[in-house]
Design a protein. Structure first.
Length: 221
């Protein structure tokens, strides 16, 4: 079974998806971590991420060893999760993920991971491109003010609250205007605004919309 979740940065996708994966006993996949790992590799190797340098970026992405195990990403054998949330990677990852050939590669990686597994996967185009036929599809959203506040309170950015808000607005524009895999609400997707919800309330709301009672019974006896 596939439970797919899309939405903009700061809407709570990662935290909620991880909770649901634990609740149902599913494998959790964060598509953004794969793009961030490739971005990290490009930065380490002095590869400029830009539309006029696509061939070099794509060549690196296809050559580097990217693995995903138990919700953790490995770049050339190195566990890199703790290195993926810097301001520089935030900025450059948006540019990298807009490159269509890189999206094709990452989407193939995700589909291969998902073979013969029950998964919860989150990103920008999971419900529209990667798993349009997923059994359950959700779109999480929140106000720009709330998303900025959450990012600021994570304490992983050196930017001010207003600077974070500006970068999120810029990221939204890139995500919504990608040539392929743009951020949008697909037909039939259940939308939740998490602006005024706690993580617990948002998780309960999604669980109540997942009607396969057998999964819940198997997990909790």
């Amino acid at each position: 079974m596939v439970i797919a979740i899309d939405g903009p940065a700061g809407a709570g996708k990662s935290t909620i998806a991880q909770f649901l994966a634990q609740w149902f006993g599913f494998t959790y996949i964060n598509s953004g971590y794969l793009y961030r790992a490739i971005t990290l590799g490009c930065l380490r190797n002095g590869i400029r991420i830009a539309e006029d340098n696509v061939d070099v970026c794509v060549a690196y992405a296809y050559d580097v060893d990217i693995e995903y195990h138990n919700g953790q990403v490995y770049l050339d054998g190195e566990h890199v999760d703790a290195l993926l949330h810097t301001d520089e990677i935030d900025k450059k990852c948006a540019l990298l993920s807009a490159l269509t050939p890189v999206r094709h590669l990452v989407n193939d990686i995700i589909r291969n991971i998902a073979k013969n597994l029950d998964i919860i996967v989150e990103g920008r185009d999971m419900t529209t491109v990667v798993f349009p036929d997923a059994e359950y599809r959700f779109y999480l959203d929140a106000s720009i003010e709330e998303r900025s506040r959450r990012r600021f309170e994570q304490g992983v950015s050196a930017l001010s609250l207003e600077e974070i808000k500006k970068t999120i607005v810029e990221r939204d524009e890139i995500d919504k205007n990608k040539q392929e895999g743009s951020l949008k609400i697909a037909e039939g997707v259940k939308v939740f605004d998490t602006s005024l919800l706690t993580i617990e309330q948002a998780c309960v709301a999604l669980i109540e919309n997942i009607k396969n009672i057998n999964i819940i019974r198997n997990k909790h006896g």
